[in-house]
Design a protein around this ligand. Sequence first.
Ligand code: SF4
Ligand code: SF4
Length: 293
Amino acid sequence: VDLKILYRGPLSSCNYGCQYCPFAKRKEGRAELARDREALHRFVGWVESRTQDKLGLFFTPWGEALVRPAYQEALSRLSWMRQVEKVAAQTNLSYPLRWTERANPARLAFWATYHPEWAKRASFVAKCKALDEGGFSMSVGVVGFARFREQIARLRDELPPHVYLWINAVKDELQGLSPQDRAFFSEIDPLYERNTRHYPSLGRACRAGAQVVSVDGQGDIRRCHFIPQVIGNLYRDPGIEGALAERPCSAPTCHCHIGYVHLDYLELGKVFGAGLLERVPRGRWEDWRGQET
Ligand code: SF4
Ligand code: SF4
């Protein structure tokens, strides 16, 4: 198969405690962490066995996974497998980066989020620069609260100019933003306004379920993170081949970047191209200015 897989195992803890975080507010015990590691090993083993496939993998945990050596090891290994075209992960970059020296920079990519109330900017920026110099593809982002404006402006100044900085729209709080706030976010991220919308999706064609799926720790396959119906299992019959099919979306709207990028009518493949998983737009990010749709 030629497929993108969003992997989200049971892990649901984080070393940060962002007030705006919808998950990761709990500590896990040894047994839970062991269960998560087992699920991860099983998934990596499955990928390893799929030598005829072309796979893009995206780790989208309920918390922070890359602080854990098992994930560091897994990502390094996956990045060297021939069938893995890209392996990307959402992360807060709060750990030493030595493990990335074992990874393949041509295949491992980062979706790095800066959390101003938890991370020191200097250390975060130093890590972004190290990854960039190491040849890893990377987008950097911040959640779009007006109170973060100063930090965001400084972050933009300090990051290498070619690194794309996205702003995640806080949909529930858009009403409270001033026109200046929105203009500022769009100045930083020319694609910001596209992230402020709830896109109508019911009955629309979406590649989720056909060219991209979500997989949990038990191997259960769903078309995306937002539609709970299980459509197959990686480790049991009928497996992945039986699960994949074109289906119209059954949810009224789609508002999360990792979902709506797959909605056919938005044609966001033209914007993100090969950087779709780690949210890196094609070409120079500045060139997307003024191309708001
Ligand atoms: S770093 Fe991410 S996962 Fe952790 S608390 Fe903050 S938003 Fe949640
Ligand atoms: S439009 Fe969004 S909710 Fe609907 S199938 Fe695609 S990713 Fe899932």
